[in-house]
Ligand binder design. Structure first.
Ligand code: GLN
Length: 482
C-alpha cells in the first residue's frame, strides 16, 4: 500500500527532503503556507528511512513520505499555535495520536501549516501569522481554514497534508488550490492531541494530489483510540483495493444530485465543473438520480449556532494562567480582570466574535430558541441524508459557489463569508465523509473542484467515484508556477 515518493530528483530520501526544504525556503515567503519548519527532525527521519530502504528491512507503510501538518495537531517538542497569538509559544509535551501513528509509519514531518485562528474561517486571513496565498495566483486566498495545508500540497512542498474539517476546512481549500481534500466519517480518526474547535463536528482530513494517497494515509491513521472515546471501531475499510480495481466501471452505481444544491446560485465555472463531472460518471455507467434534502437551507445557521456554542465552551480553557498568552502586567488587578486581559490580548477578532455568539446562544433564556433548535434541525437533516443514501451510493455537489476569493474580499462582512459554507457544513452536521476532487482551471487560471459525499463509513464508495473523476480530469498533471 506504499505511496510513491517522487519529490525532487535526488536518489535518497535525505537528498529529496533537503531539496524540498530549499524549495520551501526559496518560495514560501510569498505563499506563507508554513508557520514553522522542522528541518532537523525531518532530516533525521529521512536518514532512518534511507537505512530501511537500503536494507529492505522493516519498510513501513508511509516510509519517506513528506507531510505538512496543520498547526492544530500537537507534535511533541514543536510549537503548536492553532494560528493564534494565544498559543504562539505553546510547545506540547506529547504527540497527537495521528502524529504518533504517522511517525510510526515512517512519515516525514516537514513542519506546521498555516491556518485561520483556531480553524475559524474560510480564507486563512484570520491567522495570527498572516494570510496564506493561493499558489495559483497570489492575489487570491488559499481558502480555509486549512489554507496552508492545501497550498503546501498544491505548491509541491509536501506530498500529503493533515488538516481539520469542522465545516468544510479541508474540502474548500482543496477546491481553491486544486488538490484532493478528503474528510472521513466523524469518528474515523482520533482527535486526541488536536486543538478543539467544535467537538461534535471536528474531524481530521487529508490533502494530496492523487485520490488514492489521501485514502491510504487515512487508512493508516484511523481506528479506535482509547484516548478519544468518539473514535469508531468500524471494520469497514477506508482504502478498499476493490474500489481501485473497479473504478472505471460504475455500472449499478447511483449518483445523487441534490435538488436544493442544484437550484443554488453558483458561478458558471462551478456549474461547468458539475456538468463535466456528471457526464464523466455517466459515461462510466453510473445512473444519475435526483434526491432532495429539504432542510439544507438551514444548514449554515444551524452550523454557526452549534459550532460557536461548542467553541465558546472549548475555548474557555485559555485563561493565560495555566498556559497560553499571559499579559505583561505589574499593576494590581483581580483574577477575573487578569483572565479578561489575557483573553482580550490573546484572541483575534474572529475568535472573539465566535465566543460572543456561542455564549449568547447558550445563555439561559436563549438556549432553547437557538442551540437546542439547531441540534433538532441537525438530527432531521441527517435523517434526510440517510433517506437519500437509501437511493444513491454517493452525492455529487459543488464545494463552494465560486473559485478562490480575492484577498480581503469579505472585509467588514463576516455574514457573507459564513454563507459561503452552504455546500460543506451539512456534511459535518451529519457526520458524513466528503471528498473534493479537482476538475479544471477556470478562465482566470484558478482551480475548480467538485464534492462527493457518501453515507457514514462508506468511504470506499467515495474512493471509487473519486478515482473515476480523477481518471477523467487528471488535474494532478497541472502544477502552479511557483
Ligand atoms: N468556514 C467554516 C468556519 O469558519 C469552517 C471551518 C472549519 O471547517 N474549521 O467555521
Amino acid at each position: 500500500m506504499n505511496i510513491n515518493i517522487d519529490e525532487g530528483s535526488g536518489t535518497s530520501v535525505v537528498s529529496k527532503i533537503t531539496e524540498v526544504f530549499s524549495k520551501i525556503e526559496e518560495k514560501d515567503s510569498s505563499i506563507n503556507s508554513f508557520i514553522s519548519l522542522h528541518k532537523e527532525d525531518a532530516l533525521a527521519s529521512a536518514a532512518e528511512s534511507d537505512k530501511r530502504f537500503k536494507s529492505q528491512e522493516d519498510v513501513r507503510p508511509l516510509e519517506g513520505v513528506s507531510f505538512s501538518i496543520k498547526d492544530m495537531f500537537c507534535v511533541k517538542g514543536h510549537k503548536t499555535t492553532a494560528g493564534s497569538k494565544m498559543l504562539k509559544d505553546f510547545v506540547p509535551p506529547y504527540d497527537a495520536t495521528v502524529i504518533k501513528r504517522l511517525k510510526d509509519a515512517g512519515a516525514i514531518i516537514l513542519g506546521k501549516a498555516n491556518q485561520d485562528e483556531f480553524a475559524m474561517g474560510s480564507t486563512n486571513e484570520m491567522s495570527y501569522f498572516g494570510a496564506c496565498k493561493n499558489p495559483w495566483n497570489l492575489k487570491h486566498v488559499a481558502g480555509g481554514s486549512s489554507g496552508g495545508s492545501a497550498a503546501s500540497v498544491a505548491a509541491r512542498f509536501a506530498k500529503i497534508s493533515l488538516g481539520t474539517d469542522t465545516g468544510g476546512s479541508v474540502r474548500q481549500p482543496a477546491h481553491f488550490c486544486g488538490t484532493v481534500g478528503f474528510k472521513p466519517t466523524y469518528g474515523r480518526v482520533s482527535r486526541y492531541g488536536v486543538v478543539s474547535f467544535a467537538s461534535s463536528l471536528d474531524q481530521t482530513g487529508f490533502f494530496s494530489l492523487k485520490v488514492e494517497d489521501a485514502f491510504k494515509v487515512a487508512q493508516v491513521v484511523s481506528g479506535k483510540d482509547t484516548f478519544d472515546q468518539t473514535t469508531s471501531s468500524s471494520e469497514k475499510v477506508i482504502y478498499d483495493s476493490n474500489s481501485v480495481d473497479t473504478a472505471q466501471d460504475l455500472k449499478g452505481f447511483k449518483v445523487g444530485l441534490v435538488k436544493e444544491f442544484m437550484d443554488a446560485d453558483v458561478d458558471s465555472d462551478v456549474a461547468k465543473a458539475m456538468e463535466l463531472s456528471k457526464n464523466a460518471l455517466k459515461a462510466r455507467g453510473a445512473e444519475i438520480v435526483e434526491v432532495e434534502l429539504p432542510l439544507v437551507e438551514h444548514g449554515v445557521p444551524a452550523y454557526y449556532l452549534i459550532a460557536t456554542s461548542e467553541a465558546a465552551s472549548n475555548l474557555s480553557r485559555y485563561d493565560g494562567v495555566r498556559y497560553g498568552h499571559r499579559a505583561d502586567v505589574n499593576t494590581d488587578m483581580s483574577l477575573e480582570e487578569f483572565y479578561t486581559l489575557n483573553r482580550s490580548e490573546g484572541f483575534g477578532p474572529e475568535v472573539k466574535r465566535r465566543i460572543l455568539l456561542g455564549n449568547f446562544s447558550l445563555s439561559s433564556g436563549y438556549i432553547e430558541a437557538f442551540y437546542r433548535k439547531a441540534c433538532q434541525l441537525r438530527r432531521l437533516m441527517r435523517e434526510d441524508y440517510f433517506k437519500a443514501f437509501a437511493k444513491v451510493d454517493a452525492i455529487l455537489a459543488p464545494v463552494a459557489s465560486t473559485a478562490a476569493f480575492k484577498l480581503n474580499a469579505f472585509e467588514g462582512d463576516p455574514l457573507k463569508k459564513f454563507l459561503n459554507d452552504y455546500f460543506t457544513v451539512t456534511v459535518n452536521l451529519s457526520g458524513l465523509p466528503g471528498l473534493t476532487v479537482p476538475v479544471q482551471k477556470n478562465e482566470s487560471g484558478l482551480p475548480v473542484g467538485v464534492q462527493l459525499i457518501a453515507n457514514q463509513f462508506e468511504e470506499a464508495k467515495l474512493l471509487k467515484a473519486g478515482l473515476s473523476l480523477e481518471d477523467e480530469f487528471k488535474f494532478y498533471e497541472e502544477a502552479p508556477d511557483v
